[in-house]
Design a binder for this molecule. Structure first.
Ligand SMILES: O=C(CO)COP(=O)(O)O
Length: 139
């Protein structure tokens, strides 16, 4: 599965601890992240992550481009609900695209836990069908 990690600054420590806890699950998947989040995770785990730009510089939109093509299977996006972000429109756009494509996205750690347990139980098999039968791009 293609999995993306995104965390705002005050949520990065929580994200790193979460990924450390489930490293044994995530190691079997293809991992993506926004720039700084990915750097922090890679510094403290043995995981290899494809890092996009930092969020405020377009990283959310780059992940959004994968979502638009229905190529992302799970997103853990630990948002900071108590601090305004300069790139709020990009964040809203990413979440909107997740709803357009029906991509599982966790915006807090509790939902993240549930989705990872679901992933462990093999409940993301339907995403393989999505990849297999994905319609081509519209002209
Ligand atoms: O701002 C972000 C998501 O909106 C996260 O970006 P960084 O991982 O580069 O800090």
């Amino acid at each position: 599965m293609n999995i993306a990690f995104i965390a705002h600054d005050r949520k990065k420590e929580e994200m790193v601890n979460f990924v450390i806890a489930y490293e044994y699950v995530f190691k079997d998947h293809t991992l993506y992240s926004t720039g700084t989040t990915g750097t922090r995770i890679m510094e403290q785990t043995g995981l290899s992550i494809h890092r996009f730009m930092s969020g405020p510089l377009g990283g959310d939109q780059q992940i959004g481009a994968m979502v638009a093509q229905n190529e992302m299977d799970l997103i853990i996006f630990l948002r900071d609900p108590l601090m305004a972000q300069p790139h709020e429109p990009d964040i809203i756009a990413l979440l909107r695209l997740c709803d357009v494509q029906g991509i599982p996205v966790a915006t807090n750690i509790a939902t993240g836990e549930l989705l990872v347990h679901s992933l462990q139980r093999g409940e993301f098999g339907w995403r393989e069908l999505v990849h297999k039968y994905k319609p081509g791009e519209q002209s």
